[in-house]
Design a protein around this ligand. Sequence first.
Ligand code: AMP
Length: 278
Amino acid sequence: MKIINGIGEMQLFSKQQRGKGKTIGFVPTMGFLHEGHLSLVRKARKECSQVVVSIFVNPTQFGPKEDLDDYPRDFEADKALCEKENVDVIFYPAAEEMYNQGKTFVLVEELGNHLCGKSRPTHFKGVATVVAKLFNIVKPDKAFFGLKDAQQFAIIKKMASDLNFDLEIVPCPIVREADGLALSSRNRYLSKEQRAEATVLNSSLNLALEMFKAGEKNAGKIKQAALQKIEGTSGKVDYVEIVDFDSMQPVLKAEKGSLIALAVFFGNARLIDNRFFE
Ligand code: AMP
């Protein structure tokens, strides 16, 4: 397994592999890898001949008061996990390598106005910019993204289509702990008590899905029930919304394929989760 720090070296590697007729599968991450990330790596391994994982805690997607400095990092552990999954390359650039006084940003309009975009107004601009850069550096045939970050997925897909990136964006299902909590690098911020309470994210989504299956289509009522369930814990709700997946606009009537998404703080840990109505 190669570890590449430089943009030029990464681009050269990809050019050479493509020249040999290899396909490149790409998994962008911020590191501190867990089974959620590894599920993306395994899918990439199955579908492509070369697998590149990037590990980069991207400063431009963090707000000024957010957890950039505290964000968990463990490159040695990440390296061992990637090795075990037969990753070919870890692209591991420094922030100075990625942002050399850059003045250019990518903004996907409208899709970022709701959900996480409301409380993190500069977040998706940072995400879209770094992903566009990574696509130009790694030049993948396929890039794998988790639906845990459903709004991010929708934004990246739109960006890739609008800017004519010649690659496929592959969605991957949410990986959860046995008790339903979605895996996240941020779960490590939780105290034992908060960790136990955090299962309410999944159970409130379950409740919403059950109501929908039982015939309730009123988005307001479903939201209210999910909110009430969370309000019985120490979690502080940032949002619970039911949206149309293509536009990310809130809907009044839930339909098959609508997305219920939520963000809840437990202490300083802001956790997100979502589910599609089916
Ligand atoms: P991150 O390191 O948090 O930026 O995540 C990198 C990629 O892993 C993103 O595409 C995430 O959506 C995905 N991911 C993170 N957690 C999970 C999970 N529990 N299940 C599936 N994908 C995930």
